[in-house]
Design a protein. Structure first.
Length: 307
């Protein structure tokens, strides 16, 4: 299917907006009695079933993987699917959408540091400027909720937020390797499938079968799975076929703005002046890092790994 460049940009914006719904909708599900394990497991389960059907119909070639690659896909899914999303939804539960989104969005800095040691990439002047900017921004966002009290932290929540950033960095680094052989459709589908199996086993299938939630709770879980997990990924997949990866990555950089705006309007989640300064520092630091990336690297960065 061929579409115009303008339509591809519009689809990328749609994808970013869909990914940004995950946080606010998760909070609304928590308000209805959903816990973090239920949120993560059921969202992955619903998303995996829908992606399997859609990709089987629209791109059946992406269903095939080689037997020798099952273990790498499983390891990738454990970290970039299970660990990342449990940390993501756990951090939202303990802190806020704003704090979680910005902590997670620090992952390009983690990738940059890791790439220096793992891939012997050069630590440029732009990177040296971006790293402290991102770190200081995360500190201000995580601890600057109340101007009168100064900086204060929910330690466990912040650690989970940082864990989600580490998981996202692994998603980037592992996805970069898998993209040498497989399409984004294949990578995303099998990450969902393997992650779902692991999460169901972790949550205990018998306990999951006994889950009793309200209709409103199921509605919000379904919203997370569909909008963020299915529509967001499909829109980005189509867009990335018609855009330069570096340009798609820059569009994806507006996700924190969408997420924080949605948290404000949907949840009435307040953001202090200190936190806003931190958000500006993090986004500026990430832009410094991304403008220096080559196309293939930016492609992985543009693929959001959260359900």
């Amino acid at each position: 299917m061929r579409i115009s460049v303008n339509a591809a940009y519009a689809l990328m914006v749609v994808a970013v907006a869909m990914w940004a719904t995950a946080g606010p909708f998760a909070v609304l599900a928590y308000d209805e009695g959903v816990n973090v394990m239920q949120m993560t497991t059921f969202a992955f389960l619903i998303g995996a079933v829908m992606l399997l059907v859609l990709i089987a119909v629209l791109d059946p070639a992406s269903l095939r993987i080689r037997r020798k690659d099952i273990l790498p896909f499983l390891i990738f899914s454990l970290v970039a699917g299970v660990f990342l999303n449990l940390c993501w939804f756990g951090a939202i539960d303990l802190t806020s959408v704003t704090i979680t989104v910005i902590l997670n969005y620090s992952y390009p800095s983690i990738v940059t540091v890791a790439s220096v040691f793992l891939f012997k990439e050069r630590l440029t002047g732009a990177k040296l400027m971006a790293l402290p900017m991102t770190f200081l921004g995360c500190v201000l966002v995580a601890g600057g909720q109340d101007l009168a009290e100064g900086l204060s932290f929910n330690t466990y929540g912040v650690l989970l937020g940082i864990g989600s950033a580490v998981g996202t960095a692994v998603y980037y680094l592992g996805g970069k390797k898998l993209e040498e052989t497989y399409s984004p459709n294949t990578i995303i589908l099998y990450m969902f499938l393997f992650s779902t199996v692991v999460l169901v086993l972790m949550a205990n299938p018998i306990e999951l079968a006994r889950t009793s939630l309200s209709g409103e709770a199921w509605m919000w879980i379904f919203q997370v799975a569909v909008w963020s997990g299915v529509i967001g990924f499909l829109a980005s997949m189509i867009a990335l076929k018609h855009l330069e990866a570096s340009k798609a990555s820059i569009v994806a950089s507006i996700e924190p703005v969408f997420a924080i705006s949605m948290a404000f309007f949907i949840l009435a989640e307040e953001v202090s002046a200190v936190q806003l300064a931190g958000v500006a520092l993090v986004i500026s630091g990430v832009f410094l890092l991304r403008f220096g990336r080559r196309g293939k690297e930016a492609l992985s960065a543009a693929m959001s790994p959260t359900v």
